[in-house]
Structure formats: structure tokens, C-alpha cells
Design a protein around this ligand. Structure first.
Ligand SMILES: Cc1cc2nc3c(=O)[nH]c(=O)nc-3n(C[C@H](O)[C@H](O)[C@H](O)COP(=O)(O)OP(=O)(O)OC[C@H]3O[C@@H](n4cnc5c(N)ncnc54)[C@H](O)[C@@H]3O)c2cc1C
Length: 562
């Protein structure tokens, strides 16, 4: 079977990339190892026997990053069935002393909530969010372009974005101070701004979504996880995250793209230093005349699918650099999905159903969050006093469960490899017994806040970190493909020499969470990779197109009223 491009994996980035190529007239075949496309962006009826009609987001649920880029509009995904519902409130975090943090989409309303307990922290919150939002707006153009394509990056800047950037790094001392800020940790920043634990703990919890403890230096940028919930906001596709995948599938198929499931790619076919296709489990080959694009990370691609002699011929150092220089810190997720007869009620915190619209964070203290993210790194399970992220998706979107009933989504950060054991799946230490014991502790903790929880559970499914890794095919279960630490971001992701979606093997490209700007639901790696592919097909024509776009946006912004 032959097409212009073969895509390894049909995650949302692979599908996004394919959609852009199909729109430009290239034929694309996507090969997906699971029977359900979407990777970390699926919605599935997990327990059809015990809980028919309950739909679960197996991974991603809250979408922020995708609203910082043009993918939804450019691909007209609404026309293909995508309907985003924005959350408001966006965060609820009950505190053991009876206080709670309730964040609305509006910063003013959020400040009013905080002011009930601390007028000073409320004022500082507005300053904190304002700073991170200006920085975020100032750097968003970098996310939406290949990191080494200067023209593309410049073309994304208009006057308001330049103003935002200059407002955080205008004068020399301002720039130095910004660098200083970026070198600090989320915890340092939170201590600099705030006094109250009921506020610092949930902000630390969200910053740790980067996959590191709040004390990790160089990752103060984790603060954008809260800033984004105010602007551009946090949304969920109606029907679940899988509805984003479905809209992309509808588009890809309408343009003639082929998505073949149960096709696990095992080998990249290379001829004379050039990628010409792939072989899947079972031996079938798919040929590509213009390129092979990988939606899986560089480490898996090169170390498991490329013949070592061919890799060494292309770059004699790459194998060792992939093996030893790319960082995966052993932290991943134990996922709990429950079908509920009724929604949890936070009775100790003057329950309102509105609390359950956004993310529910269990974060009693910064220290608890610190342990939640430092213990997995050394192979320990932080379940003595669990901190985690939960959602009741059916409160915003009742279509995901039978009438009046609910679902519960919990992500609990846990080690992939448990220390001092070789038991369980893949020798990770994860057995059915262990994952269920850990899940029991997590549920017990949530039930301290929502006492009706346990009696309302109709059925539950627990997926261990090892099982998650197997499902996604992700190295050490890393759903960001590689860690999201500063030294692996932008033109360092995954390594400087392969950071612009191209690789030393001709016609072999990289996309997905393991490339710039990284993990989460954004479609940006897919879109950026498509641009690089298209530029490599018609370098001059594409360069002129990009230059024209850059000039139009610059001129447009000069004459645009703010
Ligand atoms: C529990 C959990 C919760 C999350 N929550 C959020 C959230 O709320 N918001 C958010 O923005 N992000 C969240 N994420 C992260 C997000 O889901 C991922 O970063 C994102 O889905 C990555 O997309 P991708 O397309 O780059 O890669 P993937 O989704 O990993 O897609 C890669 C695809 O390749 C396929 N594949 C792998 N190996 C092969 C092979 N050999 N042959 C063929 N196909 C193969 C996989 O099956 C998969 O379909 C969460 C992740 C997890 C695990």
C-alpha cells in the first residue's frame, strides 16, 4: 500500500498534522496501534457490563493549550462536530480548615472569593495572574511555530503580542528579572506572592501538572496552568475529549485520509538513507513516497524502530544521546474512573454543584503536593496522604452518563517503576492488588471531603501506570512522551539536533508531545510539523507564503485599534 505520507500513530497531533497535509493535497495513511484512535484523547465506554451508558475520558479532559493556537479555527473543526463548552468556575479546592479556593473564569470574581479570607492575597492574586498572562500572551507566538523557523515565529507577532512581551522584558533590568523569575520554582513564586496555604496549595498542585514537584527550580512557568484557566479559559468538548479526535477523524476522512487501526508499527523502512515506509506487526508494509511522520517520541522511534546501523550511518552520536540525555523522571499517572449514582457533595464546605464544574483539586498543603511529585521520582507511591486532581465531567456535560447519574475522573501521580521490586506488569511492581489498594486510599481521601462518595460508586476501573504505558505505548508511561522540563523545551525538545521536526534520516519527521511545544491537548506539534514538512516539499513557495503572512500580520497590527 502506498501514499505520500505514512503517519505512525493517530493521536490528536498525528491527526492534526495529517489534516494540514491532506488540505494541501498530499495523501496520508495513519497507522494506529490501538483499535481506538486518539491516543491520550479518547472517550470510551469503559465498563459496558457494570455501567452501560457511562462515557469516560481515559486521559485528557481539560483543554487550555488548544485555545492558544489556531488549530480549531483553521481546520474548521466545529463544522466536523466539535463543540467546546467552557468551564466556569474553573477550579475548586477544599481546605481541611473549612476554607476553600474557588476560581471563576473572571479574575475579579476569583479575587472576591479569596478576599473573604485574605484581602492581601486577593490583591496579590490579581498581580500574579496579570504577570503570567502577559508573559503567556507574549510567548504564545513561539508555541505556534517551529522553534527554529524565525520567519514563522515573527509572522505570529502582532502589536498587542509585542506589547505584552515588552511589558515583561522591555528594559534590561526587567529582562534580567524575568529570567530570574523563570529560574525559580513554582513554590518560590507562590511564597513571594502569597501568605495563605488554602491558596498556595492548589496553585502548587496545578503548577505540578508539568510533572515535577513545586520546588523544582527553573519551572516557575508552571504558574501558567492557573493563568490559562482565566484566559483563554478551560474547555471540554461536548461528549468528551474523544469528540475532538472524532472531529479530526471526520475531517481527515472527508479529505481522503486513511486511518487504519490495530496496526502497530515495528520498523521504519529505510532505503539509501531515506525513509520510504514502515512495517507493522504481522509483516505488512506501507510505503511512503514523500515522508514518514512519527506521532511517537524520538526515543521509541529511533531506538525501537530504526535499524541501528542505519541510525549510526545517519548520525553516529544520536543513539547514545537519545538513550542517555533525554530525561524521564519516572512519574506518571494511576487513573481511576468511576460510574456514580449521584455527584459527590462537599458537605463540609457549603456544597454547591458549581464546585464540580471545573477541576477539583485535593491539595491540603504545598508540602503534600511536594511529596506527591517527589516520591514517584524515587519509586515510591505518595498515597499516605494523597493529593490529586479529580473531575466530575457530567456536571458540565450530562450527556456523558445516563440521566441523573455521574462519572468521576481522577488522576493520581505515581511512579512507573516502583523501588526494590521486579514483580507485576513489565517488572514495574504494579499488580492488580496494588493498584486497587492505592485507588482505595485515593477514594478514602476524597470521601473525607465528600462523604457520600463511596456509597455512590456503581463501578470503577483503575489503570496502573504500567497499564497506562502499555495502552499509550509511551516510554515509562510518560503521557508528555518526554519530561516537560526547561532543558527539554522549545529548541531543546527532544534534542537540539532534532528539534525542528526533521531528523538526520531524510524524509523521516517527528511530531507529537515529544516535540515543541510539548504535551497536552494543543495540536500545536502537529500543525508545526506540517509546516516544516510543507516547507521541505516546496521551500521557496512556502517561504514566500510565510513572508507574506508575516508582513500582513505586522501591517495589520500597526493599523489595528486596541
Ligand atoms: C491520565 C491523563 C490525563 C491527562 N489530562 C490532560 C488534560 O486534562 N489536559 C491536557 O491538555 N492533557 C492531558 N493529558 C496529556 C495528553 O493526553 C497528552 O499529552 C496528549 O494526548 C499527547 O498527544 P499526542 O497526539 O502527541 O500523543 P499520543 O496521544 O500519545 O498519541 C500517540 C499515538 O500513537 C499510537 N502509537 C504508539 N505506538 C505506536 C506504534 N508502534 N504503532 C502505531 N501507533 C502507535 C498511540 O496508540 C497513540 O494513539 C493527560 C494524560 C493522561 C495520561
Amino acid at each position: 500500500m502506498q501514499s505520500d505520507v505514512v503517519m505512525i500513530g493517530a493521536g490528536h497531533n498525528g491527526l492534526t498534522c495529517a489534516a494540514y497535509l491532506l488540505k494541501e493535497g498530499y495523501s496520508v495513511t495513519l497507522l494506529e496501534k490501538r483499535s481506538v484512535p486518539g491516543g491520550g484523547a479518547t472517550t470510551e465506554e469503559l465498563m459496558p457490563q457494570e455501567a452501560p451508558g457511562f462515557l469516560f475520558n481515559r486521559c485528557a479532559i481539560d483543554h487550555e493549550f488548544i485555545h492558544l493556537g489556531p488549530v480549531v479555527e483553521e481546520l474548521e473543526l466545529k463544522k466536523y462536530g466539535l463543540d467546546y463548552i467552557f468551564c466556569d468556575p474553573v477550579v475548586f479546592c477544599p481546605h481541611p480548615d473549612g476554607k476553600y479556593f474557588l476560581a471563576h473564569k473572571s479574575i475579579d470574581k476569583t479575587c472576591a472569593e479569596i478576599a473573604r479570607y485574605s484581602p492581601r492575597d486577593a490583591q496579590k492574586y490579581a498581580e500574579f495572574i496579570d504577570f503570567w498572562q502577559r508573559l503567556l500572551k507574549g510567548i504564545t507566538p513561539v508555541f505556534n511555530a517551529p522553534p527554529k523557523s524565525v520567519l514563522d515565529i515573527l509572522g505570529n507577532y502582532d502589536l498587542p503580542k509585542l506589547k505584552d512581551l515588552l511589558s515583561v522584558m522591555g528594559a534590561p533590568n526587567k529582562t534580567l528579572d524575568l529570567i530570574r523569575t523563570l529560574l525559580t520554582s513554582a513554590e518560590d513564586m507562590l511564597n513571594e506572592y502569597f501568605d495563605s496555604e488554602f491558596l498556595k496549595a492548589p496553585l502548587a498542585r496545578l503548577a505540578s501538572e508539568m510533572g515535577v514537584p513545586p520546588s523544582q527550580k527553573n519551572l516557575a512557568i508552571g504558574a501558567i496552568m492557573m493563568a490559562m484557566r482565566h484566559h483563554p479559559g478551560m474547555a471540554r468538548p461536548r461528549g468528551g475529549t474523544g469528540a475532538l479526535t472524532q472531529a479530526l477523524l471526520n475531517l481527515v476522512k472527508s479529505l481522503g485520509g486513511q486511518v487504519l487501526v490495530d496496526q502497530s508499527v515495528e520498523k521504519i523502512l529505510i532505503d539509501d538513507g531515506k525513509a520510504v515506509g514502515v512495517r507493522v506487526a504481522g509483516g505488512r508494509e506501507y510505503r511512503a513516497t514523500k515522508g514518514v511522520i512519527s506521532n511517537i517520541d524520538a526515543k521509541r522511534l529511533f531506538l525501537q524502530m530504526v535499524d541501528s546501523a542505519e541510525l549510526d550511518d545517519a548520525d553516529e552520536h544520536l543513539r547514545e544521546r537519545l538513550e542517555r540525555r533525554i530525561v524521564n523522571n519516572n512519574e506518571t499517572i494511576l487513573k481511576i474512573d468511576c460510574a456514580l449514582s449521584e455527584a459527590p457533595k462537599f458537605t463540609h464546605h457549603q456544597h454547591q454543584d458549581d464546585y464540580l464544574i471545573g477541576s477539583v483539586l485535593i491539595a491540603d498543603s504545598v508540602k503534600q503536593v511536594e511529596l506527591a511529585h517527589s516520591e514517584p521520582g524515587i519509586g515510591r507511591i505518595p498515597d499516605a496522604d494523597p493529593s490529586f486532581y479529580a473531575v466530575v465531567p457530567t456536571m458540565l456535560d450530562p450527556s456523558m452518563a445516563p440521566p441523573g447519574q455521574h462519572t468521576l475522573w481522577i488522576e493520581f501521580f505515581a511512579p512507573y517503576q516502583i523501588e526494590n521490586t521486579q514483580e507485576g506488569l513489565k517488572g514495574t511492581g504494579w499488580t492488580d492488588d496494588l493498584k486497587n489498594k492505592v485507588a482505595d486510599r485515593v477514594i478514602d481521601k476524597l470521601a473525607e471531603y465528600a462523604p457520600n462518595l463511596k456509597q455512590s460508586i456503581i463501578a470503577r476501573q483503575v489503570e496502573s501506570p504500567a497499564e497506562l504505558g502499555e495502552r499509550l505505548g509511551a516510554y515509562k508511561g510518560n503521557y508528555y512522551h518526554i519530561d516537560m522540563t526547561l532543558e527539554q523545551m522549545v529548541f531543546f525538545r527532544p534534542l537540539p539536533e532534532i528539534a525542528n521536526y526533521k531528523t538526520p534520516i531524510k524524509d523521516l519527521y517527528l511530531t507529537g508531545a515529544g516535540t515543541h511545544p510539548g504535551g497536552s491537548i494543543s495540536g500545536m506539534p502537529g500543525r508545526n510539523c506540517a509546516r516544516v514538512f510543507l516547507q521541505s516539499q516546496q521551500p521557496m513557495a512556502q517561504a514566500f507564503k510565510d513572508m507574506g503572512k508575516s508582513m500582513r500580520s505586522t501591517v495589520g497590527s500597526l493599523f489595528k485599534k486596541d
